[in-house]
Design a protein around this ligand. Structure first.
Ligand SMILES: NC(=O)c1ccc[n+]([C@@H]2O[C@H](COP(=O)([O-])OP(=O)(O)OC[C@H]3O[C@@H](n4cnc5c(N)ncnc54)[C@H](OP(=O)(O)O)[C@@H]3O)[C@@H](O)[C@H]2O)c1
Length: 348
């Protein structure tokens, strides 16, 4: 069964990754890839990695094709205002922006500075982390993929909160992210002389992803997460370092392992990493480039209650296009790993 799909906002970095992944999908035909800036141009002019892989051209978005599944890779705020048009053309929708991630409409003014124009739709979108929402995804018509920084942080912390092993306060999450996280529209601060060699704290407080992390880690009492984000001098990749406090400082490492094992042992795309004899003893974004893996590791602080959780992923794959394709596979009844089997490169 071949499904017709479209990618709206296909000329961005996330759109480019969606095209790359979906071209490898045996059950998918991409019938439309939109861009206003590049309409009429070959996709491979913007994505040179796709030379000889496709002769598709970008089209403008004035006439949307009717499709089985529409992927929205637009900046925040566009999809939520044009959603009726998109729902008319796409029988199913996977939205990669943040427009429908948060279920509580009252959070939008706090984190996004505006009311949500269509709050009645928020619960129609399933939050797209397959490891947490697989059963809902199987029945979903609309999916809202998780934010990239949020996905890394949530996957790192989820088993601890689900099993109530850690306190819901005094949680500090610091994420480091590469330049592709900001999309492909240049600005003065992303200009090479300004962006290269930086370790730049760009959102020490009030990062928007805080809201979805708190939402997904709520089991009873809502946790308060102190979240900060820093840009580092890489193109792809996210490293999340979370500091949490064990409720019981006597909790043994083996019990923490058990919680992670129970959750992730059968997951195709989450790997536990803690190998003191390896040259990569903890999760490290470099070796995840191009893959759909999220690597997770932890270390218990022998001096007290602190547990440090380290997680890493490629923001353009498991943090966006790959996570979306994984959710799409589940939603459409395909094998979950389809088009996502690239194991990465070493050395790179
Ligand atoms: N980059 C990441 O690592 C990452 C990770 C997770 C989630 N996301 C989210 O994914 C979405 C896309 O991110 P990105 O990094 O790919 O951004 P991007 O590189 O800036 O691309 C944005 C895309 O949206 C299109 N677009 C912009 N304004 C538009 C408008 N008014 N109407 C129609 N199309 C418009 C652009 O095409 P034209 O200008 O050519 O029309 C382009 O195709 C964002 O919501 C972002 O927050 C990004």
């Amino acid at each position: 069964m071949t499904l017709k799909v479209s990618i709206i906002g296909a000329s961005g970095y996330v759109g480019g990754e969606l095209i790359r992944l979906l071209l490898q999908h045996p059950e998918v035909e991409i019938v439309q890839a939109t861009s206003q800036r590049y309409a009429g141009k070959f996709v491979h002019k913007l994505n040179p990695n796709l030379r000889k892989r496709t002769l598709m051209k970008f089209s403008d978005n004035s006439k949307l094709e009717s499709v089985d599944v529409m992927f929205l890779a637009l900046p925040h705020g566009i999809g939520m205002n044009k959603i009726d048009e998109f729902m008319k053309a796409g029988s199913k929708i996977v939205d990669l922006s943040s427009d429908f991630r948060i279920k509580n409409k009252d959070e939008y003014p706090i984190w996004y500075g505006h009311e949500h124009p269509r709050p009645e739709l928020l619960n129609k979108f399933v939050y797209g982390i397959p490891e947490i929402h697989r059963e809902e995804l199987k029945k979903a018509q609309y999916v809202s993929k998780a934010g990239c920084l949020a996905a890394a942080s949530i996957l790192g912390l989820y088993p601890l909160f689900k099993n109530k092993l850690v306190e819901t306060e005094n949680i500090v999450v610091e994420v480091k992210t590469g330049s592709s996280g900001g999309g492909n529209k240049p600005s003065l601060s992303t200009h090479h002389p300004e962006r290269s060699n930086v370790i730049r704290s760009f959102r020490p407080t009030m990062h928007r992803h805080t809201a979805e992390i708190e939402q997904e880690l709520t089991f009873g009492e809502k946790p308060k997460i102190d979240f900060s984000a820093t840009s580092v001098d890489i193109v792809r990749g996210i490293l999340s370092t979370a500091h949490v406090r064990l409720i019981n400082p006597e909790t043994a490492e083996k019990d923490i392992w058990k919680a992670y094992r129970q959750e992730y042992e059968k997951e195709p795309f989450v790997r536990m990493v803690k190998e003191s004899d390896s040259i990569y003893p903890y999760p490290e974004p470099k070796i995840l480039m191009g893959t759909n893996y999220c690597d997770v590791g932890f270390e218990k602080d022998s001096r007290g209650k602190r547990l440090v959780v380290i997680s890493a992923l490629d923001n353009l794959v498991k943090g966006s296009a790959g996570q979306a394709v994984q959710a799409f596979n589940i939603m459409c009844g395909f094998k979950e790993e389809t088009a996502l089997e690239f194991p990465g490169l070493h050395p790179v």
